[in-house]
Design a binder for this molecule. Structure first.
Ligand SMILES: NC(=O)c1ccc[n+]([C@@H]2O[C@H](COP(=O)([O-])OP(=O)(O)OC[C@H]3O[C@@H](n4cnc5c(N)ncnc54)[C@H](OP(=O)(O)O)[C@@H]3O)[C@@H](O)[C@H]2O)c1
Length: 182
Protein backbone atom coordinates (compact mmCIF):
# COMPACT_ATOMS: atom_id res chain seq x y z
CA UNK A 1 0.00 0.00 0.00
CA UNK A 2 1.37 3.42 -0.95
CA UNK A 3 0.82 6.44 1.26
CA UNK A 4 -1.00 9.39 -0.31
CA UNK A 5 1.95 11.80 -0.46
CA UNK A 6 4.26 9.47 -2.35
CA UNK A 7 1.56 8.28 -4.74
CA UNK A 8 2.33 10.77 -7.58
CA UNK A 9 5.99 9.70 -7.63
CA UNK A 10 5.06 6.02 -7.45
CA UNK A 11 2.69 6.38 -10.40
CA UNK A 12 5.08 8.53 -12.43
CA UNK A 13 7.88 6.03 -11.73
CA UNK A 14 5.78 3.31 -13.35
CA UNK A 15 5.84 5.06 -16.76
CA UNK A 16 7.65 7.71 -18.81
CA UNK A 17 4.48 8.43 -20.72
CA UNK A 18 2.37 11.50 -20.00
CA UNK A 19 -0.50 10.82 -17.57
CA UNK A 20 -3.45 12.77 -18.95
CA UNK A 21 -6.87 13.24 -17.33
CA UNK A 22 -9.80 13.53 -19.73
CA UNK A 23 -13.17 14.66 -18.38
CA UNK A 24 -16.38 16.47 -19.25
CA UNK A 25 -17.42 18.66 -16.33
CA UNK A 26 -20.39 20.97 -15.83
CA UNK A 27 -20.01 24.52 -14.54
CA UNK A 28 -21.18 23.25 -11.12
CA UNK A 29 -18.56 20.49 -11.01
CA UNK A 30 -20.95 17.62 -11.78
CA UNK A 31 -19.62 14.80 -13.99
CA UNK A 32 -22.18 12.04 -13.45
CA UNK A 33 -25.54 10.97 -12.15
CA UNK A 34 -26.71 7.47 -11.18
CA UNK A 35 -23.58 5.91 -12.67
CA UNK A 36 -24.00 7.63 -16.04
CA UNK A 37 -23.24 10.94 -17.78
CA UNK A 38 -25.78 13.70 -17.07
CA UNK A 39 -25.94 14.82 -20.74
CA UNK A 40 -25.71 13.47 -24.25
CA UNK A 41 -23.19 15.50 -26.22
CA UNK A 42 -22.27 13.67 -29.45
CA UNK A 43 -19.49 16.17 -30.24
CA UNK A 44 -17.89 15.44 -26.88
CA UNK A 45 -18.13 11.69 -27.45
CA UNK A 46 -16.40 12.17 -30.83
CA UNK A 47 -13.73 14.33 -29.20
CA UNK A 48 -13.15 11.68 -26.51
CA UNK A 49 -12.91 8.96 -29.16
CA UNK A 50 -10.47 10.88 -31.39
CA UNK A 51 -8.29 11.92 -28.43
CA UNK A 52 -8.03 8.52 -26.78
CA UNK A 53 -7.99 6.26 -29.87
CA UNK A 54 -5.09 3.77 -29.89
CA UNK A 55 -4.05 4.57 -26.32
CA UNK A 56 -4.48 2.87 -22.95
CA UNK A 57 -7.36 4.31 -20.92
CA UNK A 58 -7.56 3.75 -17.16
CA UNK A 59 -10.97 3.92 -15.49
CA UNK A 60 -12.83 2.81 -12.37
CA UNK A 61 -15.12 -0.22 -12.36
CA UNK A 62 -18.34 1.83 -12.26
CA UNK A 63 -17.36 3.86 -15.32
CA UNK A 64 -16.30 0.67 -17.10
CA UNK A 65 -19.66 -0.95 -16.40
CA UNK A 66 -21.52 2.12 -17.63
CA UNK A 67 -19.56 1.95 -20.93
CA UNK A 68 -20.32 -1.78 -21.25
CA UNK A 69 -23.99 -1.02 -20.76
CA UNK A 70 -23.96 1.70 -23.43
CA UNK A 71 -21.66 0.15 -26.06
CA UNK A 72 -22.02 -3.54 -25.23
CA UNK A 73 -18.20 -3.78 -25.20
CA UNK A 74 -15.15 -1.89 -23.87
CA UNK A 75 -13.95 1.14 -25.88
CA UNK A 76 -12.97 -0.16 -29.33
CA UNK A 77 -9.41 0.53 -30.54
CA UNK A 78 -8.09 1.21 -27.04
CA UNK A 79 -6.95 -0.89 -24.08
CA UNK A 80 -9.20 -0.29 -21.11
CA UNK A 81 -7.50 -0.77 -17.75
CA UNK A 82 -10.25 -1.30 -15.16
CA UNK A 83 -9.26 -0.48 -11.60
CA UNK A 84 -11.23 -2.74 -9.27
CA UNK A 85 -10.95 -4.95 -6.21
CA UNK A 86 -13.21 -7.48 -7.93
CA UNK A 87 -12.18 -10.49 -9.93
CA UNK A 88 -13.76 -9.34 -13.23
CA UNK A 89 -13.66 -11.31 -16.44
CA UNK A 90 -12.79 -8.96 -19.30
CA UNK A 91 -12.68 -9.27 -23.07
CA UNK A 92 -9.36 -9.09 -24.92
CA UNK A 93 -9.09 -5.29 -25.13
CA UNK A 94 -9.61 -4.75 -21.38
CA UNK A 95 -7.49 -5.72 -18.37
CA UNK A 96 -8.07 -5.54 -14.65
CA UNK A 97 -5.80 -3.83 -12.08
CA UNK A 98 -6.26 -4.00 -8.32
CA UNK A 99 -4.58 -0.65 -7.54
CA UNK A 100 -3.68 2.61 -9.27
CA UNK A 101 -0.03 1.54 -9.46
CA UNK A 102 -0.93 -1.74 -11.09
CA UNK A 103 -3.24 0.23 -13.41
CA UNK A 104 -0.35 2.39 -14.62
CA UNK A 105 1.92 -0.65 -15.03
CA UNK A 106 -0.72 -2.42 -17.10
CA UNK A 107 -1.32 0.72 -19.18
CA UNK A 108 2.43 1.06 -19.75
CA UNK A 109 2.60 -2.54 -20.97
CA UNK A 110 -0.37 -2.02 -23.29
CA UNK A 111 1.17 1.19 -24.70
CA UNK A 112 4.36 -0.72 -25.50
CA UNK A 113 2.77 -3.88 -26.88
CA UNK A 114 -0.49 -2.79 -28.50
CA UNK A 115 -0.42 0.94 -29.23
CA UNK A 116 2.83 1.55 -31.09
CA UNK A 117 4.40 3.19 -28.06
CA UNK A 118 1.60 5.73 -27.51
CA UNK A 119 3.00 8.79 -25.72
CA UNK A 120 0.04 9.23 -23.39
CA UNK A 121 -1.88 7.20 -20.85
CA UNK A 122 -5.38 8.53 -20.31
CA UNK A 123 -7.23 8.58 -17.00
CA UNK A 124 -10.97 8.67 -17.79
CA UNK A 125 -12.72 8.69 -14.40
CA UNK A 126 -14.99 8.38 -12.64
CA UNK A 127 -15.02 10.68 -9.63
CA UNK A 128 -13.04 8.39 -7.30
CA UNK A 129 -10.38 7.65 -9.90
CA UNK A 130 -9.96 11.34 -10.88
CA UNK A 131 -9.64 12.24 -7.22
CA UNK A 132 -6.93 9.67 -6.53
CA UNK A 133 -5.02 10.29 -9.77
CA UNK A 134 -5.17 14.10 -9.79
CA UNK A 135 -1.84 14.69 -7.97
CA UNK A 136 -0.08 12.55 -10.59
CA UNK A 137 -1.71 14.03 -13.70
CA UNK A 138 0.44 16.25 -15.93
CA UNK A 139 -2.26 17.39 -18.37
CA UNK A 140 -6.03 17.80 -18.19
CA UNK A 141 -8.23 17.68 -21.28
CA UNK A 142 -11.51 19.14 -20.09
CA UNK A 143 -14.82 19.59 -21.84
CA UNK A 144 -16.33 22.49 -19.91
CA UNK A 145 -20.09 21.97 -20.21
CA UNK A 146 -22.01 25.18 -19.61
CA UNK A 147 -24.87 23.60 -17.67
CA UNK A 148 -25.76 23.11 -14.00
CA UNK A 149 -27.22 19.59 -13.90
CA UNK A 150 -28.21 17.60 -10.83
CA UNK A 151 -25.86 14.74 -10.16
CA UNK A 152 -24.01 12.66 -7.59
CA UNK A 153 -20.48 12.49 -9.06
CA UNK A 154 -18.16 15.52 -8.98
CA UNK A 155 -14.78 16.32 -10.43
CA UNK A 156 -12.46 16.97 -7.44
CA UNK A 157 -11.56 20.55 -6.51
CA UNK A 158 -8.38 21.47 -8.32
CA UNK A 159 -6.06 24.35 -7.67
CA UNK A 160 -6.30 26.39 -10.91
CA UNK A 161 -3.18 28.33 -9.90
CA UNK A 162 -1.15 25.17 -10.45
CA UNK A 163 -2.44 24.71 -14.00
CA UNK A 164 -1.95 26.77 -17.17
CA UNK A 165 -4.55 26.84 -19.94
CA UNK A 166 -2.77 25.97 -23.20
CA UNK A 167 -5.70 25.51 -25.58
CA UNK A 168 -9.37 26.52 -25.77
CA UNK A 169 -11.93 25.74 -28.44
CA UNK A 170 -15.27 27.39 -27.61
CA UNK A 171 -18.34 25.70 -29.04
CA UNK A 172 -22.07 26.21 -28.60
CA UNK A 173 -22.77 25.49 -24.90
CA UNK A 174 -19.41 23.93 -24.11
CA UNK A 175 -15.66 24.30 -24.70
CA UNK A 176 -12.75 21.92 -25.22
CA UNK A 177 -9.97 23.18 -22.96
CA UNK A 178 -6.51 21.84 -22.25
CA UNK A 179 -4.45 22.55 -19.13
CA UNK A 180 -0.89 21.58 -18.23
CA UNK A 181 0.52 21.48 -14.74
CA UNK A 182 2.78 24.48 -14.03
N1 LIG B 1 -18.13 13.40 -17.20
C1 LIG B 1 -17.10 12.57 -17.40
O1 LIG B 1 -16.15 12.87 -18.15
C2 LIG B 1 -17.09 11.26 -16.71
C3 LIG B 1 -16.06 10.35 -16.96
C4 LIG B 1 -16.07 9.12 -16.30
C5 LIG B 1 -17.09 8.83 -15.40
N2 LIG B 1 -18.07 9.74 -15.19
C6 LIG B 1 -19.13 9.48 -14.23
O2 LIG B 1 -18.56 9.24 -12.95
C7 LIG B 1 -19.45 8.37 -12.22
C8 LIG B 1 -18.69 7.19 -11.67
O3 LIG B 1 -17.71 7.64 -10.73
P1 LIG B 1 -17.49 6.82 -9.37
O4 LIG B 1 -16.51 7.57 -8.54
O5 LIG B 1 -18.82 6.52 -8.79
O6 LIG B 1 -16.92 5.42 -9.88
P2 LIG B 1 -15.57 5.00 -10.66
O7 LIG B 1 -14.44 5.88 -10.23
O8 LIG B 1 -15.86 4.87 -12.11
O9 LIG B 1 -15.39 3.52 -10.10
C9 LIG B 1 -15.22 3.32 -8.72
C10 LIG B 1 -14.74 1.92 -8.51
O10 LIG B 1 -13.41 1.78 -9.02
C11 LIG B 1 -12.67 0.90 -8.19
N3 LIG B 1 -11.55 1.63 -7.59
C12 LIG B 1 -11.40 2.97 -7.42
N4 LIG B 1 -10.21 3.25 -6.85
C13 LIG B 1 -9.58 2.06 -6.66
C14 LIG B 1 -8.31 1.69 -6.14
N5 LIG B 1 -7.43 2.61 -5.68
N6 LIG B 1 -8.00 0.38 -6.10
C15 LIG B 1 -8.87 -0.57 -6.55
N7 LIG B 1 -10.08 -0.28 -7.08
C16 LIG B 1 -10.43 1.02 -7.13
C17 LIG B 1 -13.62 0.36 -7.16
O11 LIG B 1 -14.22 -0.75 -7.78
P3 LIG B 1 -14.72 -2.06 -6.96
O12 LIG B 1 -15.91 -1.59 -6.19
O13 LIG B 1 -15.06 -3.03 -8.06
O14 LIG B 1 -13.57 -2.48 -6.11
C18 LIG B 1 -14.63 1.50 -7.06
O15 LIG B 1 -15.89 1.08 -6.55
C19 LIG B 1 -20.53 7.94 -13.21
O16 LIG B 1 -21.68 8.76 -13.04
C20 LIG B 1 -19.90 8.21 -14.55
O17 LIG B 1 -20.84 8.44 -15.58
C21 LIG B 1 -18.09 10.93 -15.82
Amino acid sequence: MTDHESLPETLADATDRELVGIVAVADNGIIGTDGAMPWHLPEDLRHFKETTMDHPVIMGRITYESILETLGEPLPGRTTVVVTTRDLETPENAVVAESLEEGVRRAEKAARERHDDAERIFVAGGASVYEQFLPALERLIVTEVHREPDGDAHFPDWDRESWREVDRDDRDGFAFVEYVRE
